[in-house]
Design a protein around this ligand. Structure first.
Ligand SMILES: Cc1cc2nc3c(=O)[nH]c(=O)nc-3n(C[C@H](O)[C@H](O)[C@H](O)COP(=O)(O)OP(=O)(O)OC[C@H]3O[C@@H](n4cnc5c(N)ncnc54)[C@H](O)[C@@H]3O)c2cc1C
Length: 164
């Protein structure tokens, strides 16, 4: 249990690119930060991340690992691999509770929890969703199989066509 009276400047919930970026900037400002991460990044199932300047084609896990290494230089930033189960605001203090009951207090709370994709329940489709968007570079010579997708995905397929 966290029995200290420590009050962080910020608690960040989510340790994907958004949460890690926030932690880096706050760390550089010598803010006392606690970053909580459940470790289920949206793009974890992809082989590589593209289009991020200087890191084109990097593995998602490597991207996160480099970011966490660089954060370790900032002694005011703590990384904790844990899931936040609850948060409340009491006046000018936030209190975040983990799923094991442990709790932490802060002056500010930053939610960087990302989004969760809902894949249509079509057998085998999940194997083809390892890329949220396919750029022309990757899609050259690919064939599109659109006719078996439900109408709710029409908008997404228009986007795919647009990028080819
Ligand atoms: C298949 C796929 C391919 C992609 N390819 C690319 C690409 O090539 N190039 C590119 O730039 N972008 C790509 N993206 C988009 C990229 O993944 C997202 O833009 C990026 O992950 C968003 O970062 P984020 O930090 O907001 O969220 P996430 O990366 O999803 O991170 C959120 C984190 O918060 C954690 N979390 C959530 N709730 C809690 C909680 N209660 N307590 C503690 N932690 C919590 C999660 O476990 C997760 O680790 C792709 C996405 C997908 C799905």
């Amino acid at each position: 249990m966290n029995e200290t009276n420590l009050i962080y400047d910020a608690i960040i919930v989510g340790g994907g690119p958004a949460g890690l970026s926030a932690a880096l900037v706050l760390g550089r400002c010598r803010r006392k930060v606690l970053l909580l991460n459940a470790g289920k990044s949206r793009n974890a199932r992809t082989r590589a991340t593209y289009g991020f300047l200087t890191r084109d084609g990097i593995k998602p896990a490597e991207f996160i690992s480099v970011a966490r290494d660089q954060l370790n230089r900032h002694t005011t930033v703590e990384l904790l691999d844990a899931e936040a189960a609850d948060a409340k605001c009491d006046g000018n203090r936030f209190e975040v509770t983990l799923d094991n009951g442990e709790h932490f207090k802060s002056r500010s709370l930053l939610l960087a929890t990302g989004v969760v994709d809902e894949i249509p329940a079509i057998e085998g489709l999940d194997r083809f969703t390892a890329a949220a968007f396919i750029t022309a570079h990757t899609a050259t010579d690919m064939k599109s199989a659109t006719s078996r997708l439900p109408s709710m995905d029409a908008e997404r397929m228009v986007k795919v066509w647009h990028w080819r």
